[in-house]
Design a binder for this molecule. Structure first.
Ligand SMILES: Nc1ncnc2c1ncn2[C@@H]1O[C@H](COP(=O)(O)OP(=O)(O)OP(=O)(O)O)[C@@H](O)[C@H]1O
Length: 331
């Protein structure tokens, strides 16, 4: 069953054109010319119950705009959008009962209140029963290790602690879908990992559907089985990381440990990407020969101690996709 259905959605921002200077300001008032910007262009996809989907794209690609339309904050210019069967901006109150929203860059908490009081307010706003509320506060306090700071005012929390509280609060009313806009932004590696593990757990155990935007590919790799990539408002990919890898041409990282400096190795399939003396890493790109052929040829000619072949990380896959898009747009 699909929980989100997006069909031909477009969002055009329209802003009045501003002319520079004092006379320009007057002119802006009188002429009222406006400029249009298409932030989301004719996008369609469906998300099934329990899916975890990464929504990616370079800066300004239209990710936040899409999240804002799905959460009912913004109204699409055209197209059809259904979240749990209703149109988000027309049924905001009803929609908010079934979704949880976390914006990494904006807090939804009461700055001067202790965390516990923010939770209590949430209970009243969402009209939660005492038993559901207590069970959920206990569950998330345990799973997100909130107990040491639950009595503290939000403004005294570290960014990592605050993000854990934001996510717990977004889930207290047991939403079916959780939207997260850059949930790991600015966090250290340990805090990021804690959030990823938590999101994986609630996706698995509570079957909460997750839609998340991020610039951190590890978030995608660990949490999402599917990713949607957008660029300049257009959808450019929808599928698994693995399929994207295949689509972009099979690349591997070949690491060779030499016994002595080999000098420069000229093979069209291999590009030197890391040079640490006797340890060298190459990017292998499939041309006419297999990676094994290339490594064997090197081993036959040079004194090789050891070698390993790895899949390239998802960062490199996405970098390659963005570069390809840039080149296509330049032509
Ligand atoms: N309120 C607005 N009025 C006019 N233009 C806007 C508005 N909000 C966003 N835009 C423009 O729409 C485009 C898409 O913006 P959006 O914030 O959705 O991108 P994003 O993919 O979330 O970017 P980032 O990764 O930088 O957060 C950008 O060109 C942006 O300048």
């Amino acid at each position: 069953m699909s929980v989100i259905h997006v069909s031909g959605i477009t969002k055009v921002y329209r802003q009045y054109k501003r002319f520079p200077g004092l006379l320009g300001s007057l002119r802006s008032l009188v002429t009222r010319k406006y400029v249009e910007e298409v932030a989301v262009r004719n996008i369609s996809f469906s998300i099934k119950e329990g899916e975890a989907v990464g929504y990616l794209g370079p800066n300004g690609a239209g990710k936040s705009t899409m999240i804002k339309m799905m959460t009912g904050i913004l109204v699409p210019t055209s197209g059809e959008l259904k979240v749990l069967g209703s149109t988000p901006h027309k049924a905001r109150r009803q929609n908010s009962q079934h979704i949880g929203v976390v914006f990494g860059q904006r807090s939804q908490l009461w700055w001067d209140l202790p965390v516990q009081d923010s939770f209590d307010l949430h209970k009243h706003i969402y009209k939660l029963s005492e038993s559901t509320y207590k069970a959920n506060v206990n569950y998330y306090t345990e799973l997100l290790s909130l107990s040491s700071f639950i009595e503290k005012p939000v403004r005294q929390l570290s960014l990592g602690q605050r993000m854990r509280v934001e996510i717990a609060m977004a889930l207290l009313h047991e939403p079916k879908i959780l939207f997260l806009d850059e949930p790991t932004i600015g966090l250290d590696v340990v805090a990021k990992e804690q959030i990823r593990q938590f999101l994986k757990t609630i996706n698995r155990e509570k079957k909460v559907s997750i839609i998340l935007t991020t610039h951190d590919m590890k978030d995608i790799e660990e949490i999402c089985h599917r990713m949607i990539v957008v660029s300049k408002g257009n959808m450019v990919y929808d599928g698994s990381v693995e399929n994207l890898r295949k689509k972009l041409g099979d690349q591997r990282k070949v690491i060779i440990y030499f016994r002595e400096e080999p000098g420069s190795i000229e093979l069209p399939e291999l590009k030197l990407i890391e040079d640490e003396g006797l340890r060298k890493a190459y990017l292998f790109e499939q041309k006419d020969r297999t990676v094994f052929d290339c490594v064997s040829q090197i081993a036959a000619k040079y004194s090789v101690e050891d070698a390993s072949i790895e899949s390239v990380d998802i960062d490199s896959v996405i970098r390659k996709l963005y570069k390809k898009l840039e080149e296509e747009q330049a032509n």
